[in-house]
Design a protein around this ligand. Sequence first.
Ligand code: NAP
Ligand code: SF4
Length: 661
Amino acid sequence: MKYKELLAPLDLGHTSLKNRIIMGSMHTGLEEERGGIAKLAKFYAERAKAGVALIITGGVSPNFRGRLSFHSDQLTFPWQLRRHKPVTQAVHDAGGKICMQLLHAGRYAYHPFNASSTDQQAPINPFKPKMLTTKQVQNTIKDFAKSAQLAKRAGYDGVEVMGSEGYLINQFLCSRTNKRKDQYGGDIKSRAKFAIEIVKQIRAAVGTDFIIVFRLSLLDLVEGGNEWSEIEYLAVELEKAGVSIINSGIGWHEARVPTIATSVPRGAFVEWSEKIKQSLTIPVSACNRINNPQQANDIIASGQADLVSMARPFLADPEFVLKAMEDRADEINTCIGCNQACLDHVFSQKRASCLVNPTACYETELAAVATSSKSVAVVGAGPAGLSSAVTAAKQGHKVTLFEARDKIGGQFRLARMIPGKEEFAETLRYFRVQLEKHNVEVKLNHKASMQELKAFDKVILATGVVPRKPEIEGVELANVLTYEQAINQPERIGKNVAIIGGGGIGVDVAQFVAQIGVESPSLEQWQQKWGIKDTSAAITIHNDKKITILQRKSSKIGKGLGKTTGWIHRAEIKHLGVIQKTGVSYHRFTEDGLIIEIDGEQQQLKADTIILCAGQTSERSLADAFDAAGLNYELVGGADVAAEIDAKRAIRQATEVALAI
Ligand code: NAP
Ligand code: SF4
């Protein structure tokens, strides 16, 4: 059997897990939706059925003050059990185990009733907390125990106590947010009392036949975070207090170090799980940027951890474990760490889903309609065309995919060339395997004509976009490149570079240009770059090109980027020394640069190469021909809407259209 160590059972004493794979806690948004519980049950059950050993739910607060937001989940009263029972029942029926995560948000709670170890406001929350009195601290500990007891009554196999990511327990643990004068403040022994008491009281309340996972912050990544000796002390005490599994937590939410984004090297934080494991006898779970079975197996086989916890990979592919078990890892739809449809949604109070798998959290809504097999033509093999083709073929339709270029991939082929976005190649691998598995006929180097398309029952046009050429004098000069030309022919890029447009692609291209000819950083260099081990040693890795990025708006460059990842890209271009100019008017491009105006002042900007990242326009010539002939077709992706062309929208739309055939 492949992935032997990953798929081996784990004995926890009173019970055992069927393999080493935990589906980590994720808030989906279904928890608060009307009618969401049945959908949530289905979402979890699909993953349990496909082999996940242990699921951990999104955070549930033990009391009102600890709720993440005003409407978030809480388990304090027996009448609240009815919201949980359908979930535990569905997971058990599917052969899985499930723990409820107990999360008190402390000063991260997004409402005016929040409370913490401190009255100091979090930099990421507009609501200032009240400092809990000693009596309130003791009552909060009791609330955790009571909630765990109720979780047992709801049928959960255990609880995970959220002690990391900067939430309440973490706030008590670190001097950054704990300057208390009572018994819960002071040295680590006092600061750790809150966490240890919670575990002791939970254990006393639930007995020995109940799993207690503790999510321990192994690396706070903020000033005033704990030293390793303090973390080690806590881990040992937690084991004594009755914890069954230590799960790894990395970085507070307010930390300015990326911990889960695409650009974080795979397994970047596993060494901290390995380190804590040396001090413990209970199992330790590794997490963060683990997204494929081989990597997960290596972690277990090498003894770095006993379990791996993955969250987003189960949005991307509910059958991750099943495919690993059946040695079909090349069929896994890999999480690319983009955060665009999961975390960015949750932080905007929208239901989570997945960019590469729009059916995630829509299991009961985005389902195929059973119809007879039809012949389907899909034109264009970018993300939208690939999704339509594969979805239609999976339903039994006979699909032909036409692509004018010699390769599939469209805009994703460009994205995977950007340093830190190499994961996008996994999505193309997934589609390539699916096209073959579902017998899609792929015609490359083939510009489909209306004549041949007429023969199909259904035509889906996913002809994509072309880079916009703004109407600026000199735009046709040889030193002016589109972003597509620049990425495909980096040898044409000179030393002095001006980038027109500061949207997602402009920022990506700046990162690309600054790293032409530079070897990808090693894990150690990456850690050094972000000051993870030693802040004083932060380094930058780039070539000697001088890059200026320009935009007409006066807002900051990259302002419209993803909620949870935009700051990383903006920090990256700052690290790389990219010059940023906003509020620019373009007068003309010349052979040695461009003439611009800022604040009414005309300037000449020297540039050997000018790269256009000024958005896109839809490629609709075929759609126009269909319109003229009065023929039916479906238009998806960038060919439909080019403004802010967005892979999340394109893939979802393409999937919906194909499901409705
Ligand atoms: P975009 O975000 O719409 O940005 C286009 C840029 O071009 C803007 O800065 C705009 O700024 C400028 N522009 C537009 N028309 C212009 C004109 N006629 N002349 C000169 N400048 C012009 O589009 P994009 O950068 O092509 O990105 C496409 C989509 O992909 C976006 O939704 C983006 O968020 C997404 N994306 C995201 C990421 C990421 O999250 N990291 C990476 C890549 C792409 P001014 O109008 O102010 O000059
Ligand atoms: Fe992963 Fe992106 Fe999907 Fe989130 S949206 S699960 S980060 S691929």
